[in-house]
Design a protein around this ligand. Structure first.
Ligand SMILES: [Zn+2]
Ligand SMILES: [Zn+2]
Length: 148
């Protein structure tokens, strides 16, 4: 009954726990939900720009959890000190998520270009037909040359 359970290290508290595939233990998951409420209340009450350190100090939430929530895109802090979160592609400082807006847009374009399954399916027989026509023409030209 427990083949799928592996012991892994919690990303937040670094303690080993039995995981079904997640990277965070249940204790931390519960804490994260509570901390998220605290952080949101704080961010809502005070519209000034603030750093991760401010949030940590004012809410008592550990930096690991704040960064985790930032990476998940569940909170957004315009940290003027930057450098805490970087775009995974170009390394630019970002306030939330894993990639900057420019790279996210590039990503979307790339995905559009890479996965047009319908266009591919439509294109392929056409290409094949063109190639078939070309080789037929080639044979015809060859026959004409041979007939000379
Ligand atoms: Zn944990
Ligand atoms: Zn980027």
């Amino acid at each position: 009954m427990s083949e799928n359970i592996i012991v892994t290290q919690c990303r937040i508290c670094r303690k080993p726990f039995q995981s079904l595939g997640g990277k965070i233990c249940n204790v931390c998951l519960d804490r994260i939900e509570k901390d998220l409420t605290l952080i949101r209340d704080y961010l809502d009450s005070d519209q000034k720009s603030r750093t991760i350190e401010d949030v940590e100090r004012r809410t008592g939430v550990s930096k690991e959890i704040i960064i985790h929530l930032l990476k998940e895109g569940r909170i957004s802090i315009d940290d003027p000190s930057g450098g805490t979160l970087c775009c995974g592609l170009c390394g630019k400082a970002i306030s939330t998520g894993r990639f900057c807006e420019a790279c996210k847009n590039k990503f979307v374009e790339k995905i559009d270009n890479l996965t047009p399954p319908l266009a591919e399916v439509k294109k392929k027989p056409e290409v094949r037909r063109q190639e078939a026509r070309r080789s037929k023409m080639h044979i015809a030209a060859k026959m004409r040359d041979d007939g000379k």
